[in-house]
Write a protein that binds this ligand. Structure first.
Ligand SMILES: [Zn+2]
Length: 163
């Protein structure tokens, strides 16, 4: 089910989320709905606060289209730094560069309740860091180095194709 997006400036985007204690049907439904909502809006990641749920749940789409479901995710290692452009489904028409760790090691639970470990680089590492920030009430605009005007976005992306 596609849920309505919570848009900036809504204070629900700035609250710290609660960890999931038990994976109930409600949590599984939230994962499904986050995925449906992300795809409907052509996003590459979506966190529970963006649909008004104050819980540590997020989804991220890999470059090959595979969806990673993150429950209680935490970054246990972060190395390197890379700067690239980001946007957010909750902050329409704003794009800008953000510095992120180039490589992260993230621990999380999947919907079966199994503890997972994932090593992510570059694009995927960036997407996961952006979503985990949402779970701590942090928006990318707070970390934005330089705003990229929407009409320059395409040429900016092309210039960074090899990153
Ligand atoms: Zn976002």
């Amino acid at each position: 089910m596609i849920l309505p997006l919570v848009l900036h400036p809504d204070e629900r985007l700035q609250s710290v989320t609660r960890p999931i204690q038990e994976i109930t049907e409600e949590v599984e439904e939230l994962l499904d709905n986050l995925q449906d909502t992300m795809i409907a809006h052509d996003g590459v990641g979506l966190a529970a606060p963006q649909v008004g749920k104050n819980l540590q749940v997020a989804v991220v789409e890999e470059e090959d289209g595979e969806i990673i479901e993150l429950i209680n995710p935490r970054i246990v290692q972060a190395t390197g730094e890379t700067i690239d452009v980001e946007g957010c489904l909750s902050i329409t028409h704003v794009y800008g560069t953000v510095a992120r760790a180039k490589r992260i090691l993230v621990h999380y639970y999947d919907r079966e309740g199994d503890e997972m470990e994932l090593e992510a680089y570059d694009y995927l590492a960036r997407a996961i860091q952006h979503e985990i920030d949402h779970l701590h009430g942090v928006l990318f605009t707070e970390k934005m180095i330089e705003r990229i005007p929407e009409e320059q976005l395409e040429s900016y992306m092309e210039g960074n194709e090899d990153d």
